[in-house]
Design a protein. Structure first.
Length: 189
């Protein structure tokens, strides 16, 4: 894509095919289980064995997007100790990662998931008696309802816009709710 930059070695010599991207690119990756294809973009990496996916990682943007068209990819943090946990995408899904908050939201393409059931919230045993809230592929509307109940406020959002969106993150309980809403399509009153 215009204005994008892709860097890679003359020859891949390690156990992976590693490239670095600034900007946008669509990748068609040949299968090679012994040498996975890895795209470093900002503070996350996307690993694929054989697939077609798109990465948007502009330096001026606070968000990185990875969209899976075919196959399977895993999106993970580049730095040890990051709050961002691995996210495995299925075809038709996009993860939007917030660089500041180190959290990601998954959106499913309505056209590719018309006949599939919605995402199911998978509670994490670590949720209780810790200083964090854990969400894994929870419908975004349920996340807003949970925050609304916890903080005794009204959160406005468009249900149709969130219909196929899920949320995956670990949030510290002391996180400022306005930071959360700056990433997500909602407003508080």
């Amino acid at each position: 894509m215009p204005g994008s930059s892709l860097s890679y070695p003359d020859t891949f010599t390690s156990d992976k095919r590693l490239v670095s991207l600034t900007g946008e690119a669509v990748f068609h990756v040949a299968k090679n289980k012994e040498m996975p294809f890895v795209v470093n973009s900002g503070t996350i990496s996307t690993t694929a064995l054989g697939t077609v996916f798109k990465v948007k990682s502009h330096q001026k943007s606070n968000h990185i997007e990875v969209s899976l068209l075919e196959g399977r990819v895993v999106v993970r943090a580049l730095h040890a100790g990051s709050k961002f946990k691995d996210i495995y995408l299925k075809p038709g899904e996009t993860v939007t990662y917030n660089k500041t908050l180190e959290i990601g939201a998954i959106a499913a393409s309505p056209a590719s998931h018309k006949d599939k059931p919605g995402k199911i919230f998978v509670p994490d045993a670590r949720t209780t008696n810790t200083q964090s809230y854990w969400f894994q592929n929870e419908p975004l509307a349920k996340v807003f309802d949970r925050f609304s109940n916890m903080y005794h406020l009204t959160i406005r959002y468009d249900k149709a816009e969130l219909k196929n969106m899920t949320f995956t993150a670990r949030l510290k309980k002391k996180i400022v709710l306005t930071k959360c809403c700056s990433l997500l399509p909602c407003s508080m009153i």
